[in-house]
Each structure stands twice: as C-alpha cells, then as structure tokens.
Ligand binder design. Structure first.
Ligand code: MN
Length: 231
C-alpha cells in the first residue's frame, strides 16, 4: 500500500517592500466589535475576549481560495491582523504593543453552519475555523513603514459591493489590550499572528465571488473564491 507524500514547509507571508514573515501560530479573537457580537446573538459587554486558533498552514497570500467541503454557508470576516516580532507572558499593554512587527488585512473564513451546529451541541468549533485556506492575508506592512490608527476604515467588498465597514476604533478591546490579555492565557512568541475580530456584516460567499478587503494604509487583500469539489 502506497502513501501519498505531501510536501510541507513552515508558512511564510509576503512582506510589503520585500522579505517574508515566518508564521509560528495563528490566534484569533471572537466578538471584538459590538455590532458583530450583537448580530451573533451575544452581549458585547459580557466577559473577556474569546480566543481560538487556526493552524499556521491555514494562512497564505493565495489569490484564489477553494470553496471548502462540508459547508453551505462560507462566511467572510474581515479582520486587522497583527504580526509579532517578540513575545512573552503576563505582558502589560504597552509591552505587548512593543512586540508588534507589523500589520496586514486578513479574512477569517468561517463555515458558519458547522460553527452553529457545534455551538448548539456544546462542541468545539475548531473545524468551522481551521480548514485549509481559511486565513487569506494581504502583504504585511512592517510598523517601520507605518501602521493603522483608530480612525482608519476597515472594509470588505464582494464583487464591488460593501458588505462590512467600520472603523478600527470600534474595537471593544484595542490591539495592545488584546495582546496583553492573550499573554495571560499563553506565552506569545515571535512569528505569532493574531486575527483581531470582525465588524458587523458577515455574510455568505459563493464560487466566483471576488473579495476585496482594505484597512487604512495596509496593502489591499483580494482573492477569488473558486468552486470546490473533492480531491
Ligand atoms: Mn473572526
């Protein structure tokens, strides 16, 4: 019986102006914008940020994303992505802010039907979030070349129509505080990538949709969804 060998190497993201960023791990934050928390049926003021993971291999700069198997509700979630050059545990917000290497525009693709069923059953919802190509990311803008500010617009369009639009200042937990809180749960390392939550307007994608996402000065992210089908 033969074994199909799949080649693998550590995931690398493109840096604007040249170079690559090697990804160690991808952390994500749920419900970091009040309007999105409400559209998902949650109280935006309740409790602490919800953290979860994607595998590093889910991230990439691909210009096409294959529609995943086992879903009829693939949702887009545009997010500010923060990339770390340093880490630690029990960081103060200011220390955490000093760990940032740069930022990028990302989309946390979600099999919403899988997530909803998992939530209803009280099961983990990893498989709704961590499938192949579930984390498209644009080119990384190093902080040395600039970074986003609270007034910057975060926006996602599908086929030229605006689906999600907010300002970064609408975040419930600003980036430095998010990183500090995450460092209370786990040790943060260089190479960690954090998806910082999505504003309201999440909705379904279908094959042939063209997705364009922008945040202030960051390089634009665009990709096309192509029809799936089993390997
Ligand atoms: Mn998300």
């Amino acid at each position: 019986m033969s074994v199909r060998v799949i080649e693998w190497s550590p995931r690398e993201l493109i840096v604007a102006g040249g170079g690559i960023f090697p990804v160690r791990h991808a952390w994500c934050v749920g419900r970091n914008y009040a309007e999105h928390a409400r559209e998902m049926g949650a109280d935006p003021r309740a409790g602490s940020p919800v953290f979860f993971s994607k595998p590093a291999t889910a991230l990439g700069n691909d210009r096409t994303v294959r529609y995943p198997d086992r879903t009829e509700s693939l949702h887009h979630e545009v997010e500010l992505v923060v990339l770390l050059k340093a880490g630690g545990r029990h960081l103060q917000p200011e220390q955490a802010g000093n760990c940032i290497y740069g930022h990028a525009v990302g989309v946390d693709l979600t099999r919403r039907d899988v997530q909803t069923r998992a939530k209803q059953a009280g099961h983990p919802w990893e498989m709704s979030k961590g499938f192949d190509q579930s984390g498209p990311v644009g080119a990384v803008l190093p902080l040395s070349q600039g970074g986003p500010v609270a007034d910057d617009v975060i926006e996602l369009q599908v086929n030229g129509m605006v689906r999600q639009q907010a300002v970064l200042g609408d975040m419930i937990w600003p980036v430095a505080e998010l990183l500090a809180r995450l460092s209370e749960e786990v040790t943060l390392y260089p190479g960690d990538v954090i998806f910082t939550g999505t504003p309201a307007g999440v909705d379904s994608l279908v094959p042939d949709d063209r997705v364009t996402a922008r945040i202030g000065p960051l390089p634009e992210l665009s990709f096309t969804v192509h029809a799936g089908g089993h390997d």
